[in-house]
Design a protein around this ligand. Structure first.
Ligand code: ZN
Length: 166
């Protein structure tokens, strides 16, 4: 349940067409609101698995503020965060930058995969995942298998976008 809550919000990508600029991170699911509700509810009914799930959910949303930002406070309808992967100039003229690509998603994909810090963080989080589940929750070690279809999906998408652009 805790692992599931840490990535469930990304399934809102299926609802992108309802989001501002069709950006799923503008949906309420990528704001801090759902995790606050889950954490408060978890504490009220005193169910540790639920409030820890809420913390997992909130860590996801907070991490999403680092690369492109996310609609953290929802009602502002603004992408909040350090947005390390996009400059102010690019953010303000995003449509101009996106139009240089056959598929606008390639802009974000290229930036992410060409960023060495992001790649190092990916590897470090993978190692941390293996270590933490081995040391803290060994009976759940097979949960790691969920990781592989998702990483393969992202890599497949990345190489496809790259091929199409070239
Ligand atoms: Zn996300």
């Amino acid at each position: 349940m805790i692992v599931f809550f840490a990535f469930i919000s990304d399934f809102d990508v299926l609802l992108s067409k309802y989001a501002k600029n069709e950006n799923h991170r503008m949906l309420i699911t990528h704001s801090i609101i759902p995790s606050l509700i889950i954490i408060i509810l978890g504490h009220i009914i005193d169910w540790p698995a639920l409030y820890i799930s809420g913390y997992g959910y909130s860590i996801h949303v907070l991490l999403d503020t680092l690369d492109w930002g996310t609609n953290l406070f929802y009602f502002q309808k603004k992408q909040i965060g350090p947005k390390f992967l996009i400059s102010k100039e690019e953010f303000e003229n995003i449509s101009e930058y996106l139009s240089k690509y056959k598929n606008p998603a390639s802009f974000f994909d290229e930036k992410y995969y060409n960023n060495k810090i992001c790649m190092v963080i990916e590897v470090l989080i993978f190692i941390l995942m293996i270590l933490s589940i081995t040391l803290l929750a060994f009976p759940y070690i097979l949960l790691i298998s969920i990781y592989f279809p998702f990483i393969l999906f992202h890599l497949y998408r990345h190489f496809n976008l790259k091929k199409n652009e070239s």
